[in-house]
Design a protein around this ligand. Structure first.
Ligand SMILES: Cc1cc2nc3c(=O)[nH]c(=O)nc-3n(C[C@H](O)[C@H](O)[C@H](O)COP(=O)(O)OP(=O)(O)OC[C@H]3O[C@@H](n4cnc5c(N)ncnc54)[C@H](O)[C@@H]3O)c2cc1C
Length: 598
């Protein structure tokens, strides 16, 4: 009996010890820290680097520590790994350095030193009680980044590296460690699911809501408005068409791009969206779709803070992500880059290759960060930034407008998005550093620099019709026209193509047009049955995008798709069915008010 009792006690000890013997682990996602201090959550590059992360965006001034308290599975000695990146490699000190402290003990290793995203070895820590504080301390004020911290009692174990071709493996690994379900729970069924809360997505949601639909809006930031948000600060342009009632609730005044007036318009937009009956999933990022044949059944999305995921179902989806993500995952036909001038007859001899190339290429309009500085009452200095001057060259500036823009034939707007954003950060810091060398700028201090890329162009989803320059120039009044605009075609090229030493500045080429119209056939996918798209990912050529990419036009597209979703429900049909059988009714929705240009 005694032997039997002893055996039971021993078994219990062995069982309890097993997790430690094979490696007790803890994954702490930086974006889920309780107190983020002065660090900000950056979710933009999740699809290419694996996760939202914390960014020390201090404009050269140290940001406050990010702090959280975690519970270890057991006490003991753990090996620590920190997932981070040296965001500008070169013959200088890494600009984004930071320290990590575990239970008050600062790790010897300095982080932000690793080439490319990956796990940097942080040595070992001894955990003597299970509840422990973790702290991240910025050392530079220049955009240090921390994705996650991983602890393992198995000193030979290495955390998983992210493979962009197998994002599901990374997701499952993280979910398991965070105690989240491996399959997304049901998030409910809605009459329409809209992904992307820029002006197009907000307008689509308000139109669908007005028609009494149950609407889910999935947006990966807390603030709505996309490029018009107070986080990016582009003012809305274009005409209201017949959408003034809705668009006035979410648009902006015509202040200079980058102005803090965007904050006031943000409040207006948030109030209007809150007043509508839209179910908002934010900050939630869509990451996949489930298909049945050529129909989307559901969108998978997860919180960019907690990682909690849901599967959100509908019969109709509207892609307003700008990057055409929903279409991309659903296998929708799409285009990227410039068409040859012959394909749609889009030549303009006056500007030749700068407007439209002989041979199709990968050039698109670029991404921007807006920024400004203020004149203070005391003088200030700006740190040495050799890694930034390397990009800025001899450019000297104290603010930047829309033409601070970067793109390149060899850089992909999505795959290389982080590098593109970082190039703009370097351009800004380097140009400001140069400006500060001049006495007249001694009182200038960096006030605001965006860190969310304002994108102009990436994937364009293909519909039953592709909108081109010819349609804009001829002002064709399509039978299924649901959007109208008067704004000139406005296509950008990089100044470097004309010999400028700065590769981050662009020029705009404008081509006058009469009032022009966009057909509904450009707003639904050619090959995914129940997918519509609105905004800069609508069905068009590169030059065709040049005019209607402004936000009031994008908003009109949103309104048309939101109303079309209500007809899909009413007639139990899909968007093409609306075009074929109910286009008069759809046009009635958008044209029952007089066109209103201002
Ligand atoms: C510097 C600059 C200056 C410009 N100047 C003007 C101007 O003066 N006036 C004007 O009207 N237009 C201007 N434009 C163009 C205009 O801003 C864009 O064409 C327009 O924002 C496109 O709107 P959108 O709703 O399609 O996309 P966006 O504004 O890009 O919004 C899409 C939103 O979807 C979210 N999202 C993306 N993927 C996901 C996902 N997987 N899950 C959840 N959410 C997601 C993003 O966070 C984003 O906020 C400018 C653009 C730039 C960059």
């Amino acid at each position: 009996m005694l032997i039997r009792r002893l055996f039971i006690v021993l078994s219990a000890v062995v069982c309890f010890a097993v997790p430690t013997a094979v490696g007790a682990t803890l994954l702490v996602e930086a974006e889920s820290f309780d107190d983020k201090g002065g660090w900000v959550v950056d979710q933009q590059f999740t699809d290419t680097m694996g996760s939202p992360y914390l960014l020390a965006h201090g404009l050269g001034r140290l940001v406050d520590d990010a702090v959280t308290t975690v519970t270890f599975p057991s006490t003991g000695t753990y090996r620590v790994w920190v997932r981070t990146k040296n965001w500008v490699e070169g013959p200088w000190e890494a600009p984004g350095r930071f320290k990590a402290a575990v239970g008050g003990a600062v790790l010897a290793e300095t982080f932000g030193m690793k080439k490319g995203w990956g796990w940097q070895d942080g040595g070992s820590v001894t955990i003597s009680k299970k509840r422990v504080e973790i702290r991240l301390t910025d050392l530079t004020g220049f955009d240090g980044r921390c994705d996650a911290i991983y602890f393992d009692t198995d000193k030979s174990a290495k955390p998983l590296d992210f493979d962009a071709d197998k994002p599901e493996v990374n997701r499952q690994w993280r979910n398991k460690l965070r105690g989240l379900p491996t399959a997304s729970p049901d998030g409910g069924k809605f009459d329409v699911v809209i992904v992307g809360g820029g002006i197009s997505g907000c307008a689509a949601a308000l139109a669908a809501d007005e028609q009494g639909l149950s609407v889910a809006l999935i947006h990966d930031r807390m603030l709505l408005g996309g490029n018009a948000s107070s986080e990016i600060r582009v003012h809305t342009e274009g005409i209201y068409g017949q959408g003034k009632d809705i668009l006035k609730k979410i648009d902006t005044e015509h202040y200079p791009n980058g102005s803090a007036y965007a904050i006031k318009d943000q409040q207006k937009r948030e109030k209007a969206m809150k007043a509508a009956g839209v179910m908002m999933f934010r900050p939630w990022r869509a990451y996949d779709v489930k298909m049945k044949g050529s129909k989307i059944i559901s969108v998978d999305a997860c919180s960019t803070i907690t990682g909690e995921a849901l599967r959100i179902r509908s019969d109709v989806f509207i892609d307003c992500t700008g990057d055409g993500w929903i279409g991309y995952w659903a296998g929708a036909e799409y285009r990227y880059g410039r068409e040859s001038k012959k394909e749609f007859g889009e030549a303009w001899d006056k500007h030749s290759e700068l407007w439209s190339p002989e041979k199709a290429d990968n050039r698109i309009m670029g991404s921007s960060l807006l920024w400004n500085s203020s004149k203070e009452s005391v003088k200030s200095t700006f740190p040495e930034v050799p890694w930034a001057v390397d990009v800025a060259k001899n450019k000297s500036a104290v603010a930047g407008e829309w033409y601070w823009e970067y793109s390149d034939n060899d850089k992909h707007a999505i795959d290389d998005a982080e590098e593109i954003r970082d190039h703009m950060l370097r351009a800004i810091y380097g140009s400001f550093y140069n400006a500060k060398k001049n006495d007249k700028n001694a009182y200038h201090k960096l006030k605001w620099v965006g860190y969310l890329s304002g994108k102009r162009e990436s994937r364009r989803l293909i519909g039953d019709y592709i909108y081109t320059q010819k349609d804009a120039m001829s002002g064709t009044k399509f039978d299924d026209a649901v959007v109208e605009e008067t704004r000139a075609i406005d296509v950008h090229y990089q100044q470097t193509l004309k010999g400028s030493p700065q590769d981050f500045l662009s020029k705009a080429l404008y081509r006058k047009v009469p009032r022009y119209y966009i057909p509904f056939r450009c707003l639904y996918s050619k090959n995914v049955d129940n997918l519509m798209m609105a905004g800069r990912c609508f069905s068009c050529s590169h030059v065709g995008l040049g005019g209607p990419r402004v936000m009031l036009t994008c908003g009109q597209m949103g309104i048309a798709t939101g109303y079309a979703a209500s007809l899909c429900k009413k007639y139990c049909t899909n968007p093409r069915g609306v075009y074929k059988s109910h286009i008069t009714e759809l046009k009635g929705f958008v044209s029952n008010k007089p066109a209103n240009d201002n």
